[in-house]
Design a protein around this ligand. Structure first.
Ligand code: G3P
Ligand code: MG
Length: 245
């Protein structure tokens, strides 16, 4: 039996605009095990769910998230760029997603996007919301900013953390131990059999991103990664031979 977890990247983002409530609802319908999303901090300190630091690519607005208030951000469409039927989608606040997920049995990978803009206080703001919903045991916090992960590890040692990275770290299991995180989230080409085997020997989970090719999903399942982060959770579920939509 393969127990790989099927994690919908930015929601079911092949089906609906990434990081919108529509994409998260589709991920639930598609029977993903988990959802990955990205968060930033607004000018007035609200945690919002969007991938880029700026609005241009995925909304009809302009500017930097850090320079805009939540009220201003809620005025733009985060779905129209994808298709007209999603015009009404708005940039979600993290609490909207936590509320949606709390009514399901999915878990949530919250990626803190604080490696380009630093967002002082983002860690505490995210954790405040997670704790408000009592979701501490159903979230994994990840970041490309590993100082941020160490900060969280010291602030809330029980939270589950994943170190995101691109490229090929040397002996990432030792690095993960040094950081105090329980998982690595490598770009998928860096998830080799050697890496997975050593990570597991050291009690470190491996959750590669972003895997949309069937052959690559099969390879990763064979070497027994713990989760696959994908834009096409329906296709991964077919491979896993699970009932899908
Ligand atoms: O968390 C996995 C993946 O989302 C990291 O890269 O740029 O898609 O957020 P990105
Ligand atoms: Mg991400």
């Amino acid at each position: 039996m393969n127990v790989v977890q099927n994690v919908a990247h930015r929601g079911f983002s092949a089906k609906a605009p990434e990081n919108t409530l529509a994409a998260f609802e589709w991920a639930i319908k598609a029977k993903a095990d988990g959802i990955e999303l990205d968060v930033h901090l607004t000018l007035d300190g609200e945690v919002v769910v969007i991938h880029d630091e700026t609005l241009e690519r995925t909304t009809n607005g302009k500017g930097w998230i850090k320079d805009l208030t939540l009220t201003e951000l809620k005025q733009v469409s985060s779905g129209k760029w994808f298709a007209d039927e999603f015009q009404a989608e708005r940039i979600p606040v993290l609490s909207e997603v936590l509320e949606l997920i709390s009514g399901s049995d999915l878990w949530l990978n919250i990626e803190l996007k604080n490696h380009i803009v630093m967002y002082p206080g983002l860690e505490e703001a995210v954790i405040r919301e997670v704790e408000r919903f009592g979701m501490e045991n159903r979230v994994v916090l990840s970041s490309f900013n590993h100082y941020s992960l160490v900060h969280i590890q010291r602030y809330r040692p029980k939270l589950s953390l994943g170190a995101l990275y691109d490229g090929h770290l040397y002996q990432p299991w030792l690095y993960a131990k040094a950081l105090g995180v329980s998982a690595i989230h490598p770009f998928y080409t860096a998830a080799t059999e050697e890496v997975v085997t050593h990570c597991h020997q050291h009690g470190i989970l491996v959750r590669p991103y972003t895997v949309d090719q069937i052959e690559e999903m099969k390879r990763l399942m064979e070497i027994k990664v713990d989760a696959i982060i994908t834009n096409v959770p329906d296709q991964l579920n077919q491979l896993l031979d699970r009932a899908v939509m």
